[in-house]
Design a protein around this ligand. Structure first.
Ligand SMILES: [Zn+2]
Length: 173
């Protein structure tokens, strides 16, 4: 069944995404992009949630003795430039959301796996949503004129603020 292979591929992709977003979060931290680091940590958590859902779907439809072998491409990070990383991820999340998940959903539907098809449609929306959130982060990096909101208390900080005058937190992007 193609659906079992597709879910396996997605599961491995999600595991890679989880590790990758945790790594991006660490990169952001080294560059004082604290807010960005928290966003990526949260994206990682969401990818982990997706992986769990997909793992459950696999367990529901796989036979006891099914051995599943799939080919998968490596998706590691090869730069520490946050803008480049985000730009690449926007493209990938968007393409996943628009094409891959929808294609897999159609195949699941054709193979009679209605529940899987339903979840794949929802995952497709979540991926497209990730891509939109990443676009917002990229915009924030590109328009970095020194003005930003304090990540701790929400106060708008000016260019000259090094720390937040309200809660004393370090200013971070
Ligand atoms: Zn503050």
């Amino acid at each position: 069944m193609k659906t079992l292979e597709n879910l396996t591929r997605l599961y491995i992709n999600k595991c890679q995404d989880y590790v990758k977003y945790r790594m991006v979060s660490d990169i952001c931290k080294t560059k004082d992009f604290g807010m960005m680091a928290r966003y990526f940590k949260n994206f990682a958590k969401q990818e982990l949630t997706h992986a769990k859902i997909i793992s459950d779907l696999i367990n529901k439809i796989r036979g006891e003795n099914d051995s599943i072998v799939v080919e998968i491409s490596l998706k590691n990070i090869n730069t520490d430039d946050v803008k480049t990383i985000i730009t690449n991820e926007i493209e990938r999340e968007n393409a996943n959301g628009r094409n891959k998940y929808k294609m897999y959903a159609k195949i699941a539907e054709d193979e009679g796996e209605k529940e899987v098809a339903k979840y794949l449609e929802l995952l497709s929306s979540a991926e497209q949503n990730h891509s939109l959130m990443l676009e917002t982060l990229l915009l924030r990096l590109n328009n970095n004129d020194g003005v930003c909101d304090c990540g701790v208390c929400g106060l708008r900080l000016s260019k000259k603020d090094k720390t937040c005058p309200l809660c004393s937190s370090k200013k971070e992007f």
